[in-house]
Design a protein around this ligand. Structure first.
Ligand SMILES: Cc1cc2nc3c(=O)[nH]c(=O)nc-3n(C[C@H](O)[C@H](O)[C@H](O)COP(=O)(O)O)c2cc1C
Length: 335
């Protein structure tokens, strides 16, 4: 099956309701401390952060798609809502652009001139395409950062998936040393452990998107397409656990089963800089409700902060001990 066909099939599969983990990401077990005397006005809440050199609201639309005709409209609409709400936007895997299959769907910068825009390549592609090729994507799509996705769970279950993962860290290290923008290492729904986070930090990675278990289940998606062996539907580190494991290593993006602006506030209180989600934005885009959904999540996150007496992103982080993520002064919380 060609990439174009597989991408379309993935979108259709992910939209089915039974493609999420049965267990949750853990946010339902986290309670933010309600403050009956906030001693501030709601209009004072300003949660903006600096991410990849730009000011943005700390909810990221993480990598969803690109590389086939149907992705043009999706990415254009995501770019538009991202710009309107100052949300960072991640593009889907740029392998089709590297392979010369399709590039129009990734060229959305004109629609979102002011937000942090992040590219995406798979760790498996780094063996085939060197840093120079990847640098080429940056200039063509006018990107502020490059995400490298780690998805061994999906690949190993996918009939046509990659099987060779040795030497990945060296390739990531090489990319980090050559690329002109920060590199974000991201999982795709199975979470990052502290040991892996430390290795990524040593390799020169700037940010980690923990993308933990509890949201979209890529093993379920692959099973729906004939993937094997059975039994890995619930595999992975829950997002809340992954944040707790990785905090203090690198600045974190927390995605995977984040399902409201309240979850986003909890993610930051737990130690992430930015919260993120993919499937909820795709579902809203398909239903023509992207603007309403984004506005609601932004509003929920601000109201949650207000009800805890937090005016800023730093105040929200303080709720969980205020530990910055070992960023050496580069993250928003350190400014
Ligand atoms: C339709 C779809 C396509 C995705 N494609 C990519 C991709 O190309 N690259 C990537 O790094 N992550 C990809 N992801 C993973 C998401 O960025 C995210 O890490 C994961 O889905 C967990 O978040 P969620 O539970 O909010 O969906 C995709 C997710 C969805 C829903």
């Amino acid at each position: 099956m060609g990439i174009e066909e597989r991408k379309g099939e993935h979108i259709n599969a992910v939209l089915r309701e039974d493609m999420e983990y049965s267990r949750k990401a853990g946010f339902e077990q986290v309670e933010l401390p309600h403050k009956a005397l906030p001693e501030m006005d709601f209009s004072e809440v300003d949660l903006n952060v600096k991410f990849l050199g730009k000011k943005a609201f700390p909810i990221m639309i993480t990598a969803i798609t690109g590389g086939f005709r149907g992705a043009v409209k999706i990415n254009q609409e995501l770019a538009s809502v991202a710009e309107k709400n100052s949300l960072p936007l991640g593009l889907g895997s740029m392998r089709p652009m590297l392979e010369g299959v399709e590039s129009e769907s990734y060229l959305v910068r004109k629609i979102c001139p002011s937000i942090p825009l992040v590219g995406n390549v798979g760790v498996a592609q780094l063996a085939k395409y060197g840093p120079e090729k990847i640098e080429g994507l940056l200039s063509k799509a006018e990107l502020d950062g490059m995400a490298v996705h780690l998805n061994p769970l999906q690949e190993i279950l996918q009939p046509e998936g990659d099987r060779k993962f040795s030497g990945s860290l060296k390739l990531i290290e090489k990319l980090c040393s050559k690329l002109s923008v920060p590199v974000i290492a991201k999982e795709c729904g199975a979470g990052v452990s502290r040991g892996v986070a430390k290795k990524l930090k040593e390799a020169g990675v700037s940010w980690i998107d923990v993308s933990g278990a509890g949201g979209t289940s890529w093993s379920k998606v692959e099973y729906a397409r004939g993937g094997k062996p059975a039994g890995f539907e619930e595999w992975g580190i829950r997002t809340v656990d992954s944040i707790m494991m990785c905090r203090g290593t690198l600045p974190l993006i927390a995605s995977g089963g984040v399902r409201s602006g309240i979850d986003c506030a909890k993610a930051v209180a737990l130690g992430a800089e930015i919260a993120g989600a993919a499937r909820p934005f795709l579902v809203a885009q398909q239903e023509g409700k992207l603007n309403e959904m984004a506005a609601e999540w932004v509003s929920q996150m601000k109201v949650a902060a207000f009800l805890c007496g937090c005016k800023t992103h730093s105040d929200l982080k303080e709720l969980g001990g205020g530990e910055h993520s070992g960023c050496g002064g580069s993250c928003s919380g350190c400014e």
